[in-house]
Ligand binder design. Structure first.
Ligand code: NAP
Ligand code: MG
Length: 411
């Protein structure tokens, strides 16, 4: 059998625990037998990050900058408990946050829709992709507790010496206050990434804030989105018959629930935090049926699964037990990354392979009704077999071989 050639490499980013175990199986059984893989391999295992004082994470991000496309396995973000468990020098920050910062990216999370995995919202037929602005707002805000009645003001002082002040209402303390910020440049690149993703995936774009109340802050978000739309994307949207809609945030929630899906929902940081969990739970009940793609305004691309390292399953696996961990999200990290590589290089065979592997996963769950335990309980009609991860991957491989043969992709 002739393998599919690759012109340029992808950055392969290995990770931790059960996700790492599945990563190896997927590569060995579903990718390497078919693709003449070209990768730049970076190991973000938590011990490697520790040995390199986390320099490896920065090198990984730089490598993505140089080849354009990365595919990432889930990694541990260490807390005090993990520092002990893995005997680390310190609690390193999230590799995803480091990489996202270097690439300046926006994260897009989309559910993987399967016809026998019924969404909790029965109108939903098409994906709702949540694009979260991962900068500023309360996530880098400051808070203050005060004990008595008093007054407060925010003072802005520019480095060139300009000053602006704004007073809060009289404070009949005790109480609390908070201040936070955002930047035009960050909002603008978030808007661009959102419009680009919507165009590339043929989806409408929604954006929502509470500008009627937040007349400076949210209004600025709305204004920048409108400017970017009119200045850079309106024509292309109209040519493709796509729509950009601005809503008030409460209206958007209500509309989303009544909609049939099929749009990108660009959200401010906090809304995205909440909505992405809500949407993923409501679509399938399993975070394993979720893709996660990072797009940067400079054209860098990174795909990964939305879930973490699946720690509880890993401990079982270490004891020699078979687990029924769902590899779908991780398989889709590979397919999305390879598809992106193929699109950029004009490698149609690679694009076709990536799409066929996704189809093979879907056939296994939808037609064979073979699945892992996490989605088995929501399947309708009921499952034929709940299987281990390895059995599931074997079943996918059988479907993949059939499909590749039928389509003549490897000949
Ligand atoms: P997790 O890995 O997302 O798993 C939480 C629970 O969700 C699992 O225990 C499992 O439930 C279920 N689950 C997640 N993925 C699944 C899959 N593929 N198949 C079946 N069930 C799945 O979160 P965690 O175990 O709380 O966190 C472990 C580590 O992951 C943490 O150190 C965290 O820092 C890291 N993390 C990394 C990323 C990333 O790299 N992008 C994202 C999130 C978390 P049951 O146990 O009930 O079966
Ligand atoms: Mg959240």
């Amino acid at each position: 059998m002739r393998k599919i050639p690759m012109d340029r490499p992808v950055v392969e980013i290995d990770g931790d625990e059960m996700a790492r175990v599945m990563w190896g199986w997927i590569k060995e059984k579903l990718i390497e037998p078919y693709v003449d893989l070209k990768v730049k391999y970076y190991d973000l295992h938590v011990k490697v990050r520790d040995e390199t004082d986390d320099r490896i994470t920065i090198e990984t991000a730089e490598a993505i900058k140089s080849v354009g496309v990365g595919i990432k396995c889930a990694t541990i973000t260490p807390d005090a408990e993990r520092v002990k468990e893995y005997n680390l020098k310190k609690a390193y920050r999230s590799p995803n946050a480091t990489i996202r910062e270097i690439l300046d990216g926006t994260l897009f999370r989309a559910p993987i829709i399967l016809k026998n995995i019924i969404p909790a919202v029965r109108f939903w037929k098409k994906p709702i992709v949540v694009a979260r602005h991962a900068y500023g707002d309360i996530y880098s805000g400051v808070g203050l507790k005060f004990e008595e009645p008093g007054e407060a003001e925010v003072v802005y002082r520019s480095f060139s010496g300009k000053e602006a002040r704004i007073k809060l209402p009289r404070l009949e303390g005790p109480g609390i206050l908070q201040a936070y910020h955002n930047l035009d440049s960050s909002i603008r690149s978030f808007a661009r990434a959102s419009f680009k993703y919507a165009l590339a995936n043929n989806l409408d774009l929604w954006f929502a804030t509470k500008d009627t109340i937040s007349k400076v802050y949210d209004a600025r978000f709305k204004e920048i989105f409108q400017e970017v739309y009119e200045g850079e994307f309106k024509e292309e949207f109209e040519n493709k018959g796509l729509k950009y809609e601005y809503y008030l945030i409460d209206d958007a929630y209500a509309r989303a629930v009544r909609s049939e899906g099929g749009f990108v929902w660009a959200t401010k940081n906090f809304d995205g935090d909440v909505i992405s969990d809500l949407v993923s739970a409501a679509f399938s009940g399993s975070i394993a049926l979720m893709t996660s793609e990072l797009l940067s305004p400079h054209g860098y691309y990174l795909s990964e699964a939305a879930h973490g390292t699946v720690r509880r399953h890993y401990y079982k696996w270490l004891k020699g037990e078979k687990t029924s961990t769902n590899p779908t999200g991780t398989i889709f990290a590979w397919t999305r990354g390879l598809r992106e590589r193929g699109r950029r290089d004009g490698n149609e065979q690679l694009v076709a392979f990536a799409e066929t592997l996704e189809e093979a996963v879907k056939n296994t769950i939808e037609e064979d009704r073979i699945m892992t335990q996490d989605i088995a309980r929501v399947a309708e009609p009921p499952v034929n077999a709940i299987v281990t991860t390895e059995e599931f991957i074997e079943a996918i491989r059988r479907n993949l071989d059939k499909l590749l043969e039928k389509k003549g992709i490897l000949s």
